[in-house]
Ligand binder design. Structure first.
Ligand SMILES: *Cc1c(COP(=O)(O)O)cnc(C)c1O
Length: 239
């Protein structure tokens, strides 16, 4: 069904990313089994998800509700076991719907989302895994816009998530700031993750690192990397 050329191309780049992860864990003295590779499939068709799934990928990331909500339910209906991570900025009025089909919401960055996600999880009858997204941008409002709660407020939001029976606090997530040293930003994230873990030992996921900076993230303790371009190629730049 899928194009064999596309399959070869994706298989090769997936292997290259797995090798990058192996090298990065080796130089950090970590075990590659500690790292979950999430392939970000936004803008790419369901057939690409199918061939990645056939190649053994089980964790996928999407950042737009409209796209994810039509792409993924049919894949599950085919009987494919997978874990879908929602990694985009989320409007409160879409949160309950996202909780209907996502397994993890990585972008919890304000209290209003917490209650909306809890309602959605209750409706679907299964707890929802959540990560608190932390804003690592320097305090420059013009530089931000990628979401995330300020570092100082992250622990309080984590506690709010943990207080809901329908939500499971799993850890933290961040995107490295543009034009800054990603490793320094990921070190800051690691510190925040440790502080949250002190109160919530089950919250041991650190989602950090993308195509360009996954090595820096792994060096600083990431457990989940979110990789799109390096595996599927470049996306259209217009949105
Ligand atoms: C698109 C996206 C990624 C993947 O980025 P690449 O540079 O293509 O690997 C990772 N995280 C988030 C939050 C994204 O929106």
């Amino acid at each position: 069904m899928s194009n064999p050329l596309r399959r070869d191309e994706v298989a090769r780049s997936l292997q290259a990313v797995r090798e990058r992860i192996a090298r990065a864990t080796a130089s950090a003295g970590r075990d590659p089994a500690e790292i979950t590779l999430i392939v970000v499939t936004k803008f790419f068709p369901a057939d690409d998800v199918r061939l990645l799934h056939d190649l053994g990928v089980r964790d996928f990331g999407e950042n737009r509700h409209q796209e994810a909500s039509v792409k993924y339910p049919p894949l599950r209906a085919e009987g494919r076991e997978l874990c879908l991570h929602f990694i985009g900025q989320l409007q409160s009025n879409k949160a309950a719907a996202v909780a209907g089909y996502a397994d993890v919401v990585q972008t919890v960055d304000r209290a209003r989302l917490v209650s909306a996600l809890a309602r959605g999880a209750e409706h679907r009858g299964r707890p929802l895994d959540c990560l608190v997204q932390i804003d690592l941008d320097l305090p420059d409002p013009s530089a931000s816009g990628r979401g995330g709660i300020p570092l100082e407020e992250a622990a309080a939001l984590a506690t709010q998530v943990a207080e809901h029976d329908q939500l499971r606090l799993r850890g933290v997530m961040a995107v490295a700031p543009l034009g800054a040293d990603p490793e320094a930003a990921f070190r800051t994230l690691g510190g925040a993750a440790r502080r949250i873990r002190a109160d919530h030992p089950e919250a041991d996921w650190v989602s950090a690192g993308m195509s360009g900076d996954l090595e820096a993230a792994i060096a600083q303790g990431a457990t989940h990397v979110r990789v799109g371009t390096a595996i599927l190629g470049s996306r259209p730049t217009v949105r």
